[in-house]
Design a binder for this molecule. Structure first.
Ligand code: APR
Ligand code: ZN
Length: 250
C-alpha cells in the first residue's frame, strides 16, 4: 500500500468539512459476503431475477425465495468488518455526513451508523414488503411458513405479492432515497467511493455528480473502474486496510 496515497487520503479527510461515503459490495467482502462482479462473484453463479420476471411467474418467485431462505447470497449471519467500523467512526467524528450505499446487507446499520445517516439506494434484504399494500413482513416468519407448507409468501393482510425489500433490476428506484443522495452528492466537498465497480446506474452517477459540483473524488477499489480517470485519488487496495491505515494515531 502506497504510503503517500494514505497520507493524501488522510489529508483530504482532514481538510473536508462535509464528506460523503458511497459504498458497494466491495465493502462487505471482508465480512464474507461475495460481491457481484469479482471473479467467482454472485453473478458468475446465478442470473439476477428481474422485477418483471418476479411478478410474471410464481415459479420465479419460488426461485427468488429459495435464494433468500438458503442464505446463498451470504448475508445471513454476516457481521460488520474493519471497513464498516472505520466508516462508522468517521460518521461519529462528524467527518462523514452521509453514507450512500448500494448494499442491502444492513451492515452499515449494524456497525452503529444512525439510520438517518444512511441512504439505501437498492433497498434492504433483512425484511420483506407487500408490493400491493406495503405491509412489512419479517423473514423468519415467512421462512418458517415457506419451509413448512412449501407455499410462496403472500401478504397476510391483503393477499398481495410479497417481495424482499431490495430493489431488483427493472424495479423503480426509491424516489426519496434518490433525492437525498442527489442532495448529499451536490452538497459535499469530498466523495469517497468504497468497493464498487460503478457499472450500475443510476447509482453510479452520484460520484460524477459530486465531482461536477466541485467535490474531490476518491475511489478505493481493488479493481480499476471506468470512473478512475475522473478521480482526484485512486487506491486499488483493500478497504479494511486503507481505512484503518488513515486513522490518526489513537
Ligand atoms: N476492498 C476493495 N475493493 C473490493 C474489495 C475489498 N475488500 N472486495 C471487492 N472489491 C471491489 C471489486 O474489485 C469490485 O470492483 O468491489 C467491487 C464490487 O463491485 P460489484 O461486485 O459490481 O458490486 P457493486 O458495485 O456494489 O454492484 C452494484 O449491482 O448487482 C447489482 O444491486 C447490485 O448493488 C449492486 C449493484
Ligand atoms: Zn398487502
Amino acid at each position: 500500500m502506497q504510503r503517500d496515497d494514505i497520507a493524501a487520503l488522510r489529508a483530504l479527510l482532514e481538510e473536508s468539512q462535509n464528506a460523503v461515503v458511497f459504498t458497494g459490495a466491495g465493502v462487505s467482502t471482508e465480512s464474507g459476503i461475495p460481491d457481484f462482479r469479482s471473479p467467482g462473484g454472485v453473478w458468475s453463479k446465478m442470473k439476477p431475477i428481474t422485477y418483471q420476471e418476479f411478478l410474471a411467474s410464481a415459479e420465479t418467485r419460488r426461485e427468488a425465495w429459495e435464494r433468500t431462505f438458503s442464505g446463498v447470497m451470504g448475508w445471513t449471519g454476516a457481521k460488520p468488518n474493519a471497513g464498516h467500523h472505520a466508516i462508522a467512526r468517521l460518521v461519529a467524528r462528524g467527518k462523514v455526513s452521509t453514507v450512500i450505499t448500494q448494499n442491502v446487507d444492513n451492515l452499515h446499520q449494524e456497525s452503529g451508523i444512525p439510520a438517518e445517516r444512511i441512504i439505501e439506494l437498492h433497498g434492504n434484504a433483512s425484511y420483506a414488503k407487500c408490493l400491493d399494500c406495503g405491509l412489512r413482513h419479517e423473514l423468519p416468519v415467512l421462512k418458517q411458513s415457506f419451509l413448512g407448507t412449501g407455499e410462496i409468501p403472500v401478504c397476510r393482510a391483503c393477499g398481495g405479492i410479497v417481495k424482499s425489500a431490495t430493489v431488483s433490476f427493472g424495479q423503480s428506484m426509491p424516489e426519496a432515497e434518490m433525492r437525498r443522495a442527489e442532495a448529499a452528492s451536490r452538497g459535499c466537498d469530498l466523495f469517497i467511493v468504497l468497493g464498487s465497480s460503478l457499472v450500475v446506474f443510476p447509482a453510479a452517477g452520484f460520484p460524477l455528480l459530486a465531482k461536477r459540483c466541485g467535490a474531490k473524488l476518491v475511489i478505493v477499489n481493488r479493481e480499476p473502474t471506468e470512473q478512475d480517470p475522473f478521480a482526484d485519488l485512486v487506491l486499488h487496495e483493500s478497504i479494511g486496510a486503507v481505512l484503518t491505515a488513515i486513522e490518526p494515531l489513537q
